[in-house]
Write a protein that binds this ligand. Structure first.
Ligand code: GRF
Length: 219
């Protein structure tokens, strides 16, 4: 069983999707801890209700980022995860903390990276007049939302879309994409430990996508 620690700052719908998928017989992973920088995060309530250790470590004003991250990741390490999943973790992690981390970490982001790293992705897609939008899962590196891409989902942008309607459609896909990525890592089809991600032993040349029929990843 792959031991997964989840980092979340918000309501936790991606955590919920991960939890639900982990309860399927062949998921191959278990969520062993949920960690947040926001004590009020809904994700913590979801974890507690599921009997999973939930830890909040808020940064205090003026606190050194690297120092806070060191304390935060010391708590994460206590649950001995094999994989860390950022599921709506909105805090920028210091390069120093990432350099000291030997556990692979992935993140889900609501855009077709490398387009629109950072915040307000749905509004930015509409402003740019894009016809396509989506979500991405990538390996976390020191550069914000810019680590190696693992998988993406795509939707068409409709003429009457608003940031909210786009967010809702993208989120529905996030809830399938993130568990699929964690399952693939658990089954070792997807490897994120080396210098470049591998799928079935072969380097990725493009992000994987979801196979509609099975909900599994494919090239
Ligand atoms: C998701 O859209 C995620 O991609 C982004 O923040 C949102 C988190 O939603 N980084 P939730 O807390 O999982 O419901």
């Amino acid at each position: 069983m792959l031991r997964v620690a989840v980092l979340a700052s918000g309501r936790g719908s991606n955590l919920e999707a991960l939890l639900e998928a982990s309860r399927q017989g062949n998921a191959g992973y278990r969520i062993v801890g949920v960690f947040s920088d926001k004590p009020q995060a809904g994700a913590l309530d979801i974890a507690r209700a599921a009997g999973i250790p939930a830890v909040a470590l808020a940064a205090t004003k003026g606190e050194d980022r690297a120092k806070h991250d060191a304390a935060f990741f010391a708590r994460v390490r206590q649950v001995q995860p094999d994989l860390i999943v950022c599921a709506g973790y909105m805090r920028i992690i210091s390069a120093d903390a990432l350099a000291h981390l030997t556990i692979p970490m992935i993140n889900i982001h609501p855009s077709l990276l490398p387009r629109y790293p950072g915040l307000h992705t749905h509004a930015r897609v509409l402003e740019a007049g894009d016809t396509e939008h989506g979500s991405s899962v990538h390996v976390v590196t020191a550069e914000l939302d810019a680590g190696p891409l693992l998988a993406q989902t795509r939707i068409d942008v409709r003429h009457d879309d608003t940031p909210d309607t786009l967010a809702a459609r993208v989120l529905t896909q996030e809830h399938r994409l993130l568990p699929a990525c964690v399952r693939a890592i658990a089954s070792r089809r997807l490897s994120v430990t080396g210098s470049a991600p591998l799928f079935d032993g072969v380097p990725l040349t493009a992000p994987l996508r979801l196979l509609e029929s099975t909900g599994e990843l494919t090239r």
